[in-house]
Ligand binder design. Structure first.
Ligand code: AKB
Length: 319
């Protein structure tokens, strides 16, 4: 019987992954946790616990008491916010991961860990097109440095202690349930909300900034697929490259204008432009597709259609 702990369950990935895991493993067996309160649908559909992953003693007691067998550690400070407080972001991103890896090493019942990596592991010296799985990684952001170091720690704990930790290098994730906070790819979510709210968006990245993106249902499916692969078939314990599609603010604008012809955009770039410029344009994810038997289903047009419908419904409910 699997007992799963999701840390950061109220965040952008967690708030959707929790529902999928509860569907698969049963509501009572998937424990949501976060440092902040969670939406009602998370608290009402299964167990929820306020938990600070930086508090290793609390974490280990919780894991032992609830006989946890798998941990999904999703809490992190994203790229934009991390640049504002680099040392604090480093401490949170690294120490929280080490706490989870240590708990997995010490508690025998815990046999699988998931931790999200990011395209931020790449940097300006990485090949920009079809960025390979194994390539130059010289990230220039503190978030990217923490993800790159985190990947090495995951691989280390697997090789040294046999901790079966798995990871995905997520591209920008587009979702309507929970908005991201403090990332460089956040514009790709904000643009839909502002299109519905105001019919106008001021973008903090330049019009032709190309980045890899993915609609959240694809990301959830890819995550679940990776976690289902038998242990001896997981080739990379660092992080798997994955991608849905690649796009620019100008292309997203055109895609939205097919549904909202009056939608307009202006550009006022900030410090996040430099971060975006250091990341890949497109990603080669053939290992994730062949090893994890997974394939992206949503392109930009499908994402736009669903995002606009769902954001409209969400904002109507909030009025
Ligand atoms: C960010 O923009 O910081 C994240 C990421 C690509 O990891 N969405």
């Amino acid at each position: 019987m699997e007992k799963i702990l999701v840390i950061g369950a109220a965040g952008q990935i967690g708030s959707e992954l929790i529902l999928e895991l509860r569907k698969q493993y049963g509501n009572a067996n998937v424990f949501a946790s976060d440092i902040k309160d969670a939406p009602a649908y998370i608290k009402e559909s299964g167990p929820f616990q306020m938990l600070d992953v930086m508090d290793e003693r609390h974490l280990i007691h919780f894991v032992i008491r609830n006989k946890i067998t798998q941990i999904y550690h999703l809490a992190a400070v994203l790229s934009g916010n991390a640049e504002k407080l680099p040392l604090q972001a480093w401490s949170i991103n690294m120490n929280s991961l080490i706490n989870v890896l240590e708990v997995a090493r010490m508690v025998e019942d815990v046999h699988k860990v998931f931790w999200p990596s990011s395209i931020a592991v790449f940097g300006p010296s990485t090949p920009k097109e079809d960025t390979p799985q194994v390539t130059i990684m010289e990230p220039t952001t503190v978030y990217g440095i923490s993800k790159m170091a985190g990947e090495r720690w995951c691989d280390y704990y697997f090789n040294r202690y046999g901790v079966d930790v798995r990871s995905i290098r997520y591209p920008g994730l587009i979702s309507y349930k929970t908005e991201p906070g403090g990332g460089t790819t956040d514009y790709a979510v904000e643009i839909y909300f502002e299109a519905i709210r105001k019919g106008f968006y001021e973008c903090f990245l330049g019009e032709n900034t190309r980045l890899p993106m993915m609609f959240m249902p694809d990301a959830i499916e890819a995550t679940v697929a990776l976690m289902e692969v038998p242990r001896d078939e997981v080739y990379f314990h660092t992080g798997y490259n994955i991608t849905g599609f690649d796009t620019t603010p100008a292309e997203m604008t055109k895609s939205i204008q097919k549904h909202i012809p009056g939608f307009s955009i202006s550009y006022k770039t900030d410090f996040r432009q430099e971060i975006a410029d250091s990341w890949p344009d497109t990603i080669d994810d053939h290992y994730a597709r062949s090893h994890n038997h997974w394939k992206s289903k949503y392109d930009l047009e499908a994402t736009t259609r669903i995002m606009l419908e769902e954001v409209k419904k969400k904002l109507r409910r909030e009025v």
